[in-house]
Design a protein around this ligand. Structure first.
Ligand code: GDP
Length: 436
């Protein structure tokens, strides 16, 4: 009604899913403001499964604002963030995993992320879990029937058969949970801190990795005082490079703050790249940095300025690494790089992915679990499954086994939203942007 009162159309009522040309006149002046296209989607033929009217104007913000204002004056209101998606979910158009994927798709920074989200929006997560839910339901039904109609000779499942079915589910759920290590990275990206003495070429390498001039490169030591961060797509994953202030003992107050910030960024990042100037001898400061970085986790070392005659050899570093080996820590990975010629840059990118995402490439991307909520619920389900297995192994009464089977099934239901709590919905839809 609101739409029709504002827009003159050649023919009414509007046909569903048909675009019609109309004119929007300002109700105050009666003057034509814009030529628009009106598309009507009658229920259930819309994304929310409700009646929807879409009005497309020419792009000028003033026109859009005036039309929206006129709609508001006639009683319409703006949608809450995520309201359309919520309605689609409440009307049974999509399940919870699909609703979550809508947000991931909107927020995607790389095409790869978008592809994974789009598959989830089509229901890849639910489709993946559906067969397992079916097996559990079937088991539950058979056991319930056996209890309720004990005297009616219902075929009883062998314990061996029950265990075999549970194990098939377990193997697959474990694989999905394991895949989340990579899935999380796909969804959230990675942060790499670039660390090193002043003037070893951190900013230059940072620029090479990003393929653009961003950090300021100067030949005077100690000039990169601020943290500079940029995001680039590496193998479809948003990789945030943080170029840090040179770490060294200093009296300069401003530089001191920079050094403190560096240590914070280093601790917060997922991975660390230590840059060493290989055209100069290995210094006590390099050794000190290596020593500080080792306990923080995976470490890449760039032996930079490889275009110049080398004065650092891996043999020299051996004393610093020997301690790692005896402590059972994986040694750092070394790459020869040159910010000048580009040598080793590709290798650094590959090593970053290899180190941070060892489960990469396990199974097709449509099977990837990228959502922490899904991963945690799968783990809950696996816990239920573990108990059910024990019950089956000990051949406990079916009533007890059933409780564990329900504990296995329920978390899977919560993933897709067959049963849900309002607070879960709240968390999921709260962070949506307006209009989706
Ligand atoms: P940072 O202080 O560690 O960020 O170092 P910069 O990136 O500012 O580089 C310091 C100096 O080393 C600059 O003059 C760079 O041009 C030079 N430089 C950086 N990387 C290389 C390299 O791979 N080869 C050569 N020959 N010079 C480099």
């Amino acid at each position: 009604e609101i739409g029709i009162s504002l827009i003159k159309l050649p023919k009414l009522p509007l046909e569903t899913q048909r675009a019609t040309l109309g004119t929007f006149s300002d109700p105050e002046s009666g003057r034509v403001v814009d030529q628009v296209v009106v598309t009507c989607f009658r229920q259930p033929h819309s994304s929310t499964a409700e009646d929807v009217v879409e009005i497309s104007c020419h792009g000028a913000p003033v026109i859009l604002r005036r039309l929206v204002e006129c709609c508001f004056e006639r009683g319409a209101r703006a949608a809450e963030p995520g309201e359309f998606t919520l309605r689609a979910f409440l009307n049974g158009r999509i399940d919870l995993t699909q609703a979550e994927a809508v947000r991931d798709l909107i927020e995607s920074q790389t095409l790869y992320q978008a592809r994974v989200a789009a598959q989830q929006m089509e229901g890849s997560v639910s489709a993946r879990l559906q067969p397992h839910k079916q097996v559990l339901l079937d088991l539950i039904a058979r056991l319930e029937a056996g209890i309720d109609f004990a005297e009616d000779d219902v075929a009883v499942l062998e314990w061996q058969e029950i265990l075999a079915r549970l194990d098939r589910i377990r193997t697959d759920l474990e694989k999905l949970v394991e895949g989340y290590k990579y899935g999380r990275i796909v969804r959230e990206g990675l942060t790499l801190a670039i660390v090193g003495r002043p003037n070893v070429g951190k900013s230059s390498l940072f620029n090479c990795l990003l393929n653009e001039e961003r950090a300021i490169v100067t030949p005077i030591p100690g000039t990169t005082r601020d943290l500079v961060a940029e995001t680039a797509s590496v193998g479809g994953i948003p990789l945030r490079f943080v170029d840090t202030a040179g770490v060294r003992e200093t009296q300069d107050a401003v530089e001191k703050i920079g050094v403190e910030r560096t240590m914070g960024a280093i601790a917060d990042s997922d991975l660390r790249l230590l840059v060493v100037d290989a055209s100069e001898p290995w210094t006590a400061e390099d050794a000190h940095l290596l020593h500080k970085l080792r306990p923080l986790g995976a470490l890449l070392v760039a032996l930079n300025k490889s275009d110049l005659p080398p004065r650092v050899s891996l043999a020299e570093l051996e004393p610093s690494l020997g301690a790692d080996r005896s402590a059972g820590v994986a040694p750092p990975q070394f790459v020869r790089t040159s910010a000048l010629t580009g040598e080793g840059i590709q290798e650094v990118k590959e090593k970053i992915l290899e180190t941070a995402a060892p489960t990469r490439g396990l199974g097709p991307e449509g099977e990837l679990i990228t959502n922490l909520r899904h991963q945690q619920l799968m783990q809950d389900s696996l816990r239920g499954l573990g108990k059910a297995r024990q019950a089956a192994e000990q051949q406990l009464p079916h009533e007890l086994l059933l409780l564990d089977l329900y504990d296995t099934l329920r978390p899977l239901d919560l993933i897709t939203g067959a049963t849900y709590a309002d607070d879960v919905l709240d968390i999921i839809f709260k962070t949506f942007c307006v209009g989706k």
